[in-house]
Ligand binder design. Structure first.
Ligand code: MN
Length: 397
């Protein structure tokens, strides 16, 4: 069937950070659990691409977490790209800051070298003219993360090149001022390359696909400029966020028989959520309780926390009975919780609470306790220090 005048269907995704493993949990074969989570979310995108007959997949950068991925990570990506393109969809893979090599080639350059059908690697400012599986033509401007060029210059370079009358998209990996950050974007540097959203105003594109910020949002209206956000939560700061991708269409103006927007095609899009690893913080106050471990176990049993990373924030007093981490970990395993933060954090959380417990009001006793816990190497100086405190207190009176 000739679909040249029909709607172009696209999927827009970014910031998979495949290869990030900041949790210690691994599967039985030793693969970090987060690789598997990304692969699962990507699998949802693959299913969507196949069941909706998608023409084009826009991957807007930082799909890989590092510029030198392990063979396992490379192979997971290869499997996904193979599936994405197996029904004729074209994938454009834009290079984000995490994929820029210090020297030499980027980690997906091999797809270019091997001329893998359906995969286009976009590692420079360029206008790609592409024919899609049904014969439709599309122009795609690509702006990778700006290391050695100016963003505004890159954007304005397309002005004279984009042909009116052919659908056009822009892909960009960078920070746009005013974007709402995701909990995992909080480490962005203040001197991050950026541009103002009004620089998009009236650009000759039907849709601007953005990557870099991990939160789904529209940042400009004419043409629409949208961040798809990331597909997996990676921090507790993202507890309440939704992760997913964007699915959209660009309609040929011929299918609009009215005067509306004659010069511009009509683009529509919506957010498609995917399943993400959950991050959950449980605040549990066991101060003054006789059996704090049982209270914590009960709280865990009562919450639907499977497929989650759970952080326990426990409030406990120094004289309360000790908490059994062994029992907590055993239950966590039974419940299918991936990790209870990492070992050290939970110990620190508990110990931290003990250390910062309300002072007794007896300065000498508090200082003695502090030195024993925090500065054991100065333990033998305690009598001397306490003497000085006593003298000072006397002088005060
Ligand atoms: Mn990025």
């Amino acid at each position: 069937m000739d679909r040249r005048n029909e709607t172009i269907k696209f999927v827009h995704t970014a910031d998979w950070h495949l290869g990030l493993a900041n949790l210690s949990k691994k599967d039985d074969s030793g693969i970090p659990i987060q690789y598997i989570c990304v692969e699962k979310s990507a699998g949802e995108i693959v299913d969507f691409v196949h069941s909706n007959d998608i023409d084009l997949v826009l991957m807007c950068g930082d799909i890989l977490h590092t510029r030198n991925p392990s063979p396992t990570v490379e192979n997971i990506l290869a499997k996904i790209l193979h599936k994405l393109t197996s029904d004729g969809a074209i994938v454009i893979y834009l290079i984000g800051n995490h994929e820029i090599p210090g020297w030499g080639d980027n980690p997906v350059k091999i797809y270019d070298t091997l001329d893998i059908p359906g995969v286009i690697v976009a590692d420079k400012v360029e206008l790609h003219k592409i024919e899609l599986k049904n014969g439709q033509k599309i122009q795609i401007g690509t702006i990778p993360y700006p290391v050695d060029f100016d963003l505004s210059d890159a954007i304005s370079s397309f002005a004279g090149k984009v042909e009116r009358g052919i659908p056009s998209l822009l892909m960009l990996h960078s920070f746009v001022n005013g974007a709402g950050l995701s909990g995992s974007d909080l480490k962005l540097l203040p001197d991050e390359p950026n541009l103002n959203p009004d620089e998009f105003d009236e650009l000759p594109f039907d849709y601007i696909a953005l990557g870099h910020i991990h939160r789904y949002q529209q940042i400009w209206g004419k043409p629409p400029a949208v961040y798809s956000g990331s597909i997996q939560k990676v921090t507790f700061a993202e507890e309440k966020e939704r992760k997913g991708f964007v699915a959209g269409t660009i309609s040929n103006p011929q299918s609009f028989k009215n005067e509306f927007n004659k010069n511009r095609r009509m683009s529509e899009w919506h957010f498609v959520p995917v399943e993400s690893l959950n991050y959950i913080t449980l605040n549990i106050d066991v101060s003054g309780e006789n059996n704090p471990t049982e209270i914590i176990l009960q709280k865990l049993r009562n919450r639907p926390v499977a497929n989650s990373v759970v952080k326990l924030k426990i409030t406990i007093r120094p004289d309360d009975p000790k908490i059994s981490l062994v029992q907590i970990k055993k239950l966590a395993q039974e419940l299918g919780i991936f990790v209870i933060t990492n070992d050290r954090n939970i110990v620190d959380t508990i110990r931290g609470k003990i250390e910062s417990a309300i002072p007794t009001g007896n300065m000498s006793a508090d200082i003695e306790k502090y030195i024993i816990e925090k500065m054991p190497e100065h333990k033998e100086k305690i009598p001397e220090i306490l003497n000085i405190i006593e003298l000072l207190q006397k002088n005060e009176k």
